[in-house]
Design a protein around this ligand. Structure first.
Ligand code: NCD
Length: 316
């Protein structure tokens, strides 16, 4: 693997292979010494043009557990705020010898531009670009689902027949998009539930079912219900009347949570708006994987960094 830019282009065998390596990485986290020498002498740059806590520290922890050196570069307070272009930033990082670049950018497609540019010869990982993709989030979500379903017998398995309902702000969500491609590649069935205003105009090319009624979706007893954050920062207009109305119709409140099948899994990528898209009781329940998702994120990112940066990178 040369870069990890999207899940749309990821094949089933490749995706399962990455999840299996993440299982090995998770085993390392259970040892007394949580560190592997694999990327000793290599440098990972976290290039974040957009706010992030969990994704940035997750990549930082992953790189450090593989013994890489980590440079955190956030656009605020850097020369980027003085108008330096992506090209100049990339060339600066190349001159400093970056072997891997983890980029988060508000513009959809920025990681592709960087990977195709020739400005820098490093493995590029997309850590979220605009409303486009967030591949490591989808991989950690798939990893989390697979582990809840198969436990220690997860290796080699896909998600065949698993029914996943993704609820909320699909329009602005790169998490929803990356999950759609990855989960369906792994054999899962995806249903989106949202107010019509928070769905893309044309979803005909998406291999997913669409519904507008969360109660009907819950009555269908999905294996997984994934709540998305209302991304107020990407909204320049009113997409729903008010937050009370939103949670009344599309929030996973206590009453809806009680109607889920006992074995259902409740997911959220974080950060959560408690009381808006998800109630505290649902978020803190035994059905919730919110904290497992965070822990698994480190293992999955270790796997991605390992595949991109160890040994000779493949050309594919
Ligand atoms: C997601 C993101 O930034 O796209 N969060 C994350 O990576 N932890 C989802 C979100 O912000 O709602």
């Amino acid at each position: 693997m040369k870069h990890l830019l999207s899940t749309k282009g990821l094949g089933r065998a490749e995706a399962i292979g990455l999840l299996d390596i993440a299982e090995d990485m998770a085993d390392v986290a259970n040892r007394e010494v949580k560190k592997l020498p694999t990327l000793r002498g290599k440098t990972v740059v976290n290039l974040f043009f957009e706010d992030s806590t969990r994704t940035r520290i997750s990549f930082e922890a992953a790189a450090k557990r593989l013994s890489a050196d980590v440079i955190n570069f956030s656009a605020k307070g850097s020369s980027v705020s003085k108008g330096e272009s992506l090209k100049d930033t990339a060339q600066t990082l190349a001159a400093m010898g970056a072997d891997g670049v983890v980029i988060r950018h508000p513009a959809s497609g920025a990681p592709e531009v960087l990977a195709a540019s020739g400005w820098i010869d490093a493995g590029i990982i997309n850590a979220g670009d605009g409303t486009h993709e967030h591949p490591t989030q989808a991989l950690l979500d798939a990893f989390t689902i697979r582990r809840r379903l198969h436990g220690s017998a997860s290796r080699g398995k896909g998600l065949d027949g698993v029914r996943v309902t993704i609820v909320g702000d699909v329009l602005h969500s790169r998490v929803a998009r990356s999950n759609l491609w990855l989960l369906t590649t792994l054999g899962a069935e995806v249903t989106f539930v949202a107010p019509p205003t928070l769905l893309p105009m044309d979803m005909s090319a998406w291999p997913a079912a669409v519904g507008f009624d969360l109660d009907a979706a819950i009555a269908a007893k999905p294996d997984v219900i994934m709540m998305l954050r209302i991304q107020a920062e990407r909204m320049n207009a009113a997409f729903f009347p008010n937050s009370r109305e939103y949670s009344r119709r599309w929030g996973l409140d206590d009453e809806r949570f009680a109607r889920l099948a006992p074995a259902s899994i409740v997911m959220h990528p974080g950060p959560m708006n408690r009381g808006l898209e998800i109630s505290s009781a649902a978020a803190d329940s035994a059905a919730s994987t919110v904290l497992e998702q965070v822990a698994n994120g480190v293992s999955v990112r270790m796997a991605a960094l390992y595949l991109l940066m160890s040994g000779d990178r493949e050309d594919s």
